[in-house]
Design a protein around this ligand. Structure first.
Ligand code: MOS
Length: 734
């Protein structure tokens, strides 16, 4: 098929195909589902961060109205352990009396109604044997893990290059812990039928939750079905099978009724992971004319007491600039904290803040424009792999962004630009996001009425997967968009990749590419020996598709419609599956490129009140081929809002003595509101990427990255104050 050979870089911004369902309330999120005779679960959480349960009194809860069961480690059955993915699985809950973090589940109450369960859960009495928790990264008792992800890198001799550099710079940057805070409360609805289990769950990965639950309960995986047609956001929180998911299924099994478990907002702060705090030291050496000669980035993040987390903040620095001597080291410190987990742009979000702040600081020391400094150190080839990039238009991002933003109007001296009482600052950051793709499968069917159904067990967490995959399938099959339906969110569909790592569009899109190609092949096989067919004997490489037909490439009249082929051969439909695996870098001779971006931010600071406002943002993004301009732009805008939150508002505040989270509500944990969000312009540049057959790179996470550094750099330009810790608070600006 040749349909992808002459595509526009930026695909048509068609409306979301699921938009009407969402705005009319017809879209059903996990906690919109139920079963007859549904029971409800409320959770009892630890109020200490470390120690043991020394006593449990469940009598008052058991005798409360409507209560069906109170389940603790004393009466819960032994549970199996879910398999690890790239992220380790949380151990099964309620298996012993150990307490490792504040908010850990110690008991659950199952009752006829949610209100009864909640009321009874308050009557469960827990006595503790408290230990002194380790909650500070600098606590000498904390275990230090070096290179936990095996991604540390060195090239050249950074120490020697630093020692002999004409200009040296060193600084330490810190970022606060952040909470994913999706709007949709995570919920699990579970129903057993013998050893078969049906679950509605707020997950980014139904296939994994199926495997996890099958192993935890030692039941055949084929009998477990996980459904998630709509999920109210995730931002990485839905990449693991959390203890509450297991508890919902356990409760249903133990009371012999279907159950629903919906996390409360405070439970969302302790039960579904968070973006860890970081402390990052950057050391740079440069020539006086602004060539980096040494770059050293050491990051320390926190980690919960058991299991892993992938939060490589320093690793990305190895491929960001053409510097001959580089060392990156990622370290983690185990603490009695809630689970550390992916939150939109794990590692990059924080690592980019440190690196791009440091580049800004170096530009000030050198007296070189920050944009010019980045261009002088531009990595034309992948500097660590020494291969050409599969695509890279970061230079164009800078150039187009500078033009649109009006960067040349920037006066270099800090504090020199004003608008009335407000100080004006221009800040920028570059972004080189990591590449990630996971194996994925999809199925494609064309029916005799000329409609198509394309399917995969993936999720659309608000990103636009339903829409862009319907668009892509329509293009690959030569059908009108209205004739194509994309189905997802069901673990019984062909195995899909997680909606994570900004990798789903490439992985799933490539699988759909393969499925559609195989489906056209199946149609050609059908007519191969049919002397009346103009397609008889054609191979898939000799044909094109369009208007519901397959035709010989270059001869649109020599073809047949899908409907006619099916009808002539007495078939109702034809189906084919397709699979994708990430391409091999060495085989292709290309370094796999993630998306790139340049973020230009104008901030206003009122120095007498310490007020900080973001006035406008221009984002120029190279994400390869863009399947849908509208949904991709929305992704960048949404990520940008997340970046504003990380820069100016978001901080999980933990009480040092107890590990208690002090601001576990959306009234206290601040996220941006409309008044905090300025005009944003998003422009896509670049060319289709060469690492996958559909030419895309992900836009799920890059929208967030770079915004914190660009804002902090803008604050410095406005005020002359360098803020090296996030979030930026009023007291730092007074
Ligand atoms: Mo993303 S943090 O990989 O959902």
């Amino acid at each position: 098929m040749t349909t992808l050979e002459h595509v526009e870089l930026v695909g048509e911004g068609v409306d979301r195909v699921d938009g009407p369902q969402k705005v009319t309330g017809a879209a059903r999120y996990p906690n919109d589902f139920g079963f007859p005779n549904l029971a409800h679960v409320a959770l009892v959480r630890s109020t200490i961060a470390a120690g043991r349960i020394s006593g449990l009194d469940t009598g008052a809860a058991e005798s409360a109205p409507g209560v069906l069961a109170v389940i603790t480690h004393e009466n819960a059955p032994p549970l199996g352990r879910a398999p690890d993915t790239f992220l380790s699985a949380p151990p099964p809950p309620l298996q012993d009396d150990r307490i490792l973090h504040y908010g850990q589940y110690l008991a659950m109450v199952v009752a006829d109604t949610a209100e009864q369960a909640t009321a009874a859960a308050r009557r469960v009495r827990v006595d503790y044997e408290a230990a002194e928790p380790v909650t500070d990264m600098h606590d000498p008792r904390a275990e230090l893990l070096t290179d936990p992800g095996g991604v540390d890198s060195t090239r050249g001799d950074p120490e020697a290059a630093l020692a002999s550099a004409e200009v040296r710079f060193e600084a330490t940057y810190t970022t606060a812990p952040n909470a994913n805070s999706p709007m949709g409360l995570f919920a699990t609805v579970a129903a057993w039928d013998g050893d078969a289990l049906t679950v509605h769950d707020a997950t980014q990965w139904p296939g994994y939750v199926r495997t996890a639950l099958a192993q935890v309960f030692a039941v055949p995986e084929s009998g477990v079905r996980v459904l998630a047609p709509f999920v109210g956001g995730g931002f990485g929180a839905g990449l693991r099978a959390w203890p509450h998911v297991v508890l919902a299924a356990l409760a249903a099994r133990m009371v012999g009724r279907p159950v629903k478990l919906v996390l409360t907002r405070p439970e969302m702060f302790t039960g579904i992971g968070h973006r860890t705090s970081t402390e990052q030291r950057i050391r740079m050496g440069a020539t006086r004319d602004g060539r980096l000669v040494a770059l050293d980035h050491e990051s320390t993040t926190t980690l919960q007491m058991e299991g892993n987390n992938i939060e490589a903040c320093a690793a990305g620095t190895a491929s960001a600039y053409a510097c001959p001597n580089v060392s990156t080291r990622d370290r983690q410190v185990r603490l009695n904290v809630t689970w550390c987990n992916s939150m939109r742009a794990p590692g990059e979000a924080q690592g980019n803040f440190a690196l791009e702040s440091a580049m800004d600081e170096l530009s000030c020391i050198l007296g070189i424009d920050p944009l010019e400094l980045r261009l002088r150190n531009y990595a034309d080839r992948h500097p660590q792999l020494d291969l050409p990039w599969s695509s890279k238009a970061l230079r164009e991002c800078y150039e187009v962004g500078a033009e649109r933003f009006g960067w040349s109007r920037r006066l270099p001296e800090p504090g020199s630009m004003r608008d009335g009482d407000w100080l004006v600052g221009y800040g920028l950051a570059g972004v080189s996001f990591f590449w990630y793709q996971a194996p994925c499968q999809a199925g494609a069917t064309v029916r005799r009425d000329g409609t198509a159904l394309v399917r995969s067990a993936v999720t659309d967490i608000g990103t636009g997967t339903y829409t862009v995959m319907a668009q892509l399938s329509a293009e690959l099959l030569g059908l009108d968009l209205e004739r194509v339906t994309f189905e997802l969110g069901d673990s019984d569909l062909p195995p899909g990749a997680q909606a994570g790592g900004s990798g789903l569009t490439a992985g799933l899109g490539s699988a759909i590419h393969a499925a559609c190609r195989n489906l056209v092949r199946a149609f050609l096989d059908t007519v191969r020996d049919d002397p009346t067919s103009p397609l008889a004997g054609c191979t898939v490489d000799e044909v094109s598709v369009g208007r519901g037909r397959i035709h010989r490439t270059g001869s649109p009249e020599r073809g047949e419609s899908y409907a006619d082929i099916l009808s002539a051969h007495g078939l109702a439909e034809l189906t084919a599956n397709g699979a994708s695996t990430p391409a091999d870098s060495q085989q292709l001779g290309l370094a796999p490129a993630g998306p790139f971006g340049a973020r230009f931010v104008e901030v206003r600071v009122d120095p007498s009140l310490g007020l900080l406002r973001v006035a406008r943002i221009v984002s120029v993004i190279d994400a390869g081929r863009i399947l849908n301009e509208k949904t991709a732009t929305s992704q960048i805008i949404g990520g940008t809002v997340g970046g504003i939150g990380m820069a100016m508002f978001e901080e999980v505040v933990t009480d040092a003595g107890t590990g208690r989270i002090a601001n576990a509500t959306l009234g206290d944990y601040l996220i941006p509101v409309n008044a905090d969000v300025p005009e944003m312009e998003v422009i896509f540049v670049g060319r289709p990427d060469r690492f996958n057959p559909i030419g895309v790179k992900g836009v799920g996470e890059i929208g967030l990255v770079g915004i914190p550094a660009a804002i902090a750099n803008g604050v410095y330009h406005a005020t002359g104050r360098r803020i090296r810790s996030l979030p930026i608070m009023i007291d730092q600006l007074l």
